[in-house]
Design a protein around this ligand. Structure first.
Ligand code: PGA
Length: 222
């Protein structure tokens, strides 16, 4: 189908995606826009709650997120894993220890994402289930700012593995704690009854095609 549409696909693609996808969605757009020069893209990057509002208002063609709202009639397609890892400064006493119990996180100074974040909700659910109580020192709405605060020694945090790169090893350590990583998926969604534009269908096929390459890239830890 993609081959049939090549050259015909013209117009604007409206994408909306949650914050962590900024580590791979903009990168995919380079080769995609080269292949389809007639397509312009607008990409809105926001947190989970704001994305839910955009979905409810039918503002975009396609949405990328980890927890598709169940009450809406969405077509939902998983395409990549999104593991959430717990990490600390490299010189933290728990760094490099093996097989830690989740109770080791009790009373640790913690840096959290803002209310409305999907990452925060997943972490709160896990901590709630195991009655873990961390000391929240700081609340930040940027994954990048959280990494910096952890590297600066303010506490530990939980973010998607996609936010960490091999070069971060000097300053940050992923902790080996039971129940981590929290296993989540990335989904691409749209309204069930919505007739997708040629442009949106073209991008959807491209995303599904490259998702296997992305999975290999992330498995190799880069
Ligand atoms: P967030 O969403 O940016 O709202 O935390 C990411 C996710 O749900 O994994």
């Amino acid at each position: 189908l993609v081959a049939d549409l090549q050259g015909m696909a013209k117009g604007r693609l409206r994408l909306a995606a949650v914050t962590t996808t900024k580590y791979f969605v903009p990168r995919l757009l380079g080769p995609f826009c080269q292949e389809y020069p007639g397509i312009d893209v607008s990409l809105k990057v926001t947190n989970h709650r704001q994305l839910e509002e955009r979905i409810a208002n039918n503002q975009d063609d396609l949405y990328i997120l980890s927890q598709p709202p169940e009450q809406l009639n969405l077509h939902v397609q998983p395409f990549l894993e999104n593991p959430l890892v717990v990490f600390s400064p490299a010189n933290h006493p728990l760094a490099h220890k093996k097989g830690l119990s989740i109770q080791c996180l009790n009373d640790e100074p913690f840096i959290t994402r803002e209310a409305g974040s999907g990452t925060r909700k997943a972490v709160q659910e896990l901590f709630g289930e195991h009655k873990v109580s961390v000391k929240t020192r700081l609340e930040l709405s940027s994954n990048e700012a959280i990494k910096q605060a952890v590297a600066g020694g303010l506490g530990i945090s939980v973010l998607s593995r996609h936010t960490l790169h091999s070069g971060d090893d000097k300053e940050l350590s992923i902790l080996d704690v039971e129940h981590f990583p929290i296993q989540r998926q990335w989904y691409v969604c749209y309204f069930m009854g919505k007739q997708l534009s040629v442009v949106a269908r073209t991008f959807l096929e491209h995303l599904l095609k490259v998702s296997e390459q992305l999975a290999v890239l992330y498995k190799s830890g880069t």
